[in-house]
Design a protein around this ligand. Structure first.
Ligand SMILES: Nc1ncnc2c1ncn2[C@@H]1O[C@H](COP(=O)(O)OP(=O)(O)OP(=O)(O)O)[C@@H](O)[C@H]1O
Length: 271
């Protein structure tokens, strides 16, 4: 990453320790240990507070016109933050919004996930890979793996359905954009990266969301992806089509998903 981007982030976040954990096309993601406005003394000592937070920073793009760049940074950052806050009120699992500095392209949010035994972060992709490697080493692990994976993928499908029932489309659903949280009894999948999200009532857009995740699972977990996708869709159907009057809406998305798959297959046959 360019030192200019880092210097800019440090100037906006003066005195805040920043550790780069990812750099995408749109944003740099930092890990920090400092909360933007709460100090330790503001918490009763019996309440455990997290000491890890995420800062997502959209640097300015020098190839864009300066005024347009400022407007885009501000509106995209604010839109992502608004969505996080909406998801919290809807109880859809996603990072909690902590603070926002839209003009500078900065969002502070809750840190999610944990370290897997192999040291990787608990994205759905890393977790499935980890379990698959384990199973290959010990074939007696099959049943335990199926039960837990089925439960998690059903929850993923349910979370996506909750999003779609609100006519929110994620826009970049991959197995890296799903982080697992360790709850007391079970693993809870949470959705991250709402930078490309939008509102849409269209069955087509929802089907594309599902297709993108289906493709991600197929390409990263080819041996098991059929089962994974079945479990995911079961969870989706349960929640999206759960009420009698939603059955028709679910059938529309399901039909569209078939069409999108067909288009995808045609495209790959044509190269
Ligand atoms: N709330 C969070 N808790 C923990 N890790 C996070 C969180 N948000 C983002 N990350 C980490 O940072 C990475 C990039 O985040 P995000 O996808 O939001 O940024 P991005 O710039 O849009 O990325 P990309 O362009 O690669 O899609 C994630 O894959 C994840 O590893």
């Amino acid at each position: 990453m360019s030192s200019a981007i880092l210097a800019q982030a440090h100037s906006y976040l003066s005195g805040i320790p920043l550790e780069v954990i990812s750099q995408g096309a749109e944003a740099v993601v930092f890990l920090t240990t400092v909360h933007p406005y709460l100090s330790e003394s503001m918490h009763p000592s019996d309440i455990q507070i997290s000491s890890k937070y995420i800062i997502k920073y959209r640097p300015s793009k020098t190839y864009r016109h300066e005024i347009l760049d400022k407007q885009l940074t501000k509106s995209r950052t604010a839109a992502e933050a608004r969505l996080l806050s909406k998801l919290y009120s809807l109880k859809i699992p996603a990072p909690k919004l902590i603070a926002l500095d839209a003009p500078h392209g900065i969002i502070w949010m809750e840190f999610l996930g944990f370290q897997l035994p192999n040291g990787h972060i608990s994205s759905l992709k890393n977790w499935l890979w980890y379990l698959e490697r384990q199973q290959e080493a010990d074939t007696t692990a099959t049943i335990a793996l199926s039960d837990t994976v089925k439960q998690v993928l059903t929850l993923v499908g349910q979370a996506i359905a909750k999003l779609h029932l609100q006519d929110i489309v994620h826009g970049d659903l991959t197995s890296s954009n799903i982080l697992l949280e360790q709850n007391i009894e079970e693993l809870q999948p949470t959705l991250i990266d709402f930078g490309l999200s939008s509102y849409s009532p269209l069955a087509e857009d929802k089907a594309v969301d599902l297709y993108v995740l289906e493709r991600a699972l197929t390409s990263t977990h080819p041996v098991y992806s059929e089962k994974y996708n079945d479990w995911l869709l079961q969870g989706y159907e349960e929640t999206y089509g759960g009420k009698t009057n939603n059955k028709r809406k679910y059938a529309e998305v399901s039909k569209r998903l078939e069409d999108v798959r067909l288009r995808g297959r045609k495209r790959s046959m044509l190269g």
